[in-house]
Design a protein around this ligand. Structure first.
Ligand code: ACO
Length: 400
């Protein structure tokens, strides 16, 4: 019966919760996580069932619209994705302006903002949200592929309207005739799975960022461009790059897995076991279990012998019985295996976090939309506990 806001106004009470570990910022019906039991559900559907039966595009529609699409709805969404795949020719000028070694995440974020300069007036058009979502999801894929081509100084490859979402992305990246590639379906399926497993994860750092930006009524594209920035960091989406770099460093440096583990336990070393630990999962990350199995299957099918996978397996094996990791409930997260699969598929490390961003786009859209519908939503405006100097007197320049 206590009205917290009135109490706060009276007492000036502020809860200090660094990293918002225990602060609920909204009510949401998109994704359910039980971190103790390792449960993840999108709109009530267990991630294991979606991984077995669904595709990334269908799952995206589910997240954005709250139910599985019927055939007509899915067909219409697919048509919209195809229609929106090309970028305006004028966009090529923007790509030309980036240095060849520009990080693809920087290009992605900038280009999503560029999209908002040409096609989004800052308002939510309820009638258009399906089209707006399809446009963003589709163009992001083309931008990602172009940023990769640009980094190699290679010509852009136009999207092929005959190809579906994932195959079209691989086509624009590599120009390989994926339909004829011996392992094409395996590669397409694996990327579908990776994108789907990344599609949403409730109030993570980047989704919270999208919500914070969107809470000011900023448009969908501006909000999602900010999400890309948040995702980039190595403690979040950038961890998939950090995992690969760590595995390479361990392998090339001739370090044993036990030595790497000892280093990660030493707080002075500044070294963390990348791909381990999670703010919410304190048992296991169900996405990591699915990807671990997929990694074995894909590498086997593609005939890839990757010594880094052996390093990864050894690290996991030792960490699972090491008291430091067991006591702190540090288990492999989704990024631990996704990088190994993408590497086996020939996707360069620089693109890993970009692919995560493509996958997370439906989640960001779903949360932005949900927030716009939520009458209880207010502009995000955390408070602070001030610890700076008390009032001071301005000192003229010649007396400092
Ligand atoms: N290696 C070694 N020690 C670790 C690790 C790790 N990967 N992760 C956490 N710890 C330790 C911390 O030092 C801390 O120890 P202490 O209790 O002795 O001080 C304890 O475990 C708890 O960790 P916190 O940092 O408080 O956990 P938090 O919830 O703040 O951070 C995070 C979670 C960022 C994921 C962290 O575990 C981490 O940095 N992991 C490596 C990076 C990574 O894989 N990120 C991907 C996250 S998943 C995703 O974004 C898709």
């Amino acid at each position: 019966g206590v009205d917290i806001s009135q109490l706060r106004a009276k007492t000036g009470l502020i809860t200090l919760d660094p990293g918002f570990g225990n602060t609920g910022a909204c009510q949401s019906g998109v994704t359910f996580i039980d971190g103790d039991q390792g449960i993840l559900r999108y709109r009530g559907l267990p991630i294991e069932q979606l991984a077995e039966h669904s595709t990334f595009v269908e799952t995206a529609w589910l997240l954005i619209n709250g139910k599985l699409p019927n055939k007509a709805e899915l067909d219409q969404f697919s048509k919209r994705l195809t229609k929106h795949a090309p970028l305006h020719e004028g966009f090529k000028n923007h790509f030309e302006g980036f240095p060849l070694n520009a990080p693809p995440m920087a290009i992605l974020s900038a280009m999503i903002n560029t999209l908002s300069s040409s096609s989004c007036d800052g308002k939510l058009h309820e009638d258009d949200i399906d089209d707006l979502s399809a446009k963003l999801m589709s163009k992001v894929r083309t931008i990602a592929a172009y940023s990769y081509r640009r980094s190699l100084g290679l010509p852009f490859i136009y999207p092929d309207p005959k190809l579906r979402y994932v195959a079209n992305f691989l086509h624009m990246m590599f120009s390989m005739p994926y339909e004829q590639h011996i392992a094409s379906q395996e590669v397409v399926d694996a990327l579908n799975l990776i994108l789907m497993l990344h599609a949403d994860h409730e109030q993570n750092c980047s989704t919270s960022t999208v919500r914070v930006v969107g809470s000011s009524k900023a448009n969908l594209y501006a909000s999602c461009a900010a999400g890309v920035g948040a995702l980039w960091g190595p403690l979040h989406g950038g961890a998939n790059v950090a995992v690969l770099e760590m595995l390479e460093a361990i392998h090339e440096g001739g370090m044993s897995a036990a030595e790497a583990l000892a280093l990660a336990k030493d707080k002075q070393s500044g070294f963390k076991l990348m791909g381990f630990g999670h703010r919410v999962y304190k048992n296991f990350d169900p996405r990591a279990l699915i990807l671990k199995r997929a990694a074995d299957r894909v590498l086997g099918r593609l005939g890839v012998q990757d010594p880094l996978l052996d390093v990864a397996r050894k690290l996991e094996e030792l960490a699972l019985i090491d008291p430091y990791f067991v006591e702190r409930k540090l288990y492999p997260n989704v990024d631990f295996y996704s990088g190994i699969i993408m590497r086996a598929m020939g996707i360069p490390t620089s693109m890993f976090t970009v692919i995560f961003a493509i996958g997370r786009m439906p989640g960001w859209i779903a949360h932005w939309k949900e927030q716009n519908h939520d009458r209880a939503s207010r502009i995000a405006r955390p408070r602070q506990i001030y610890i700076g100097p008390k009032e001071q007197v301005y000192t003229p320049m010649d007396q400092r």
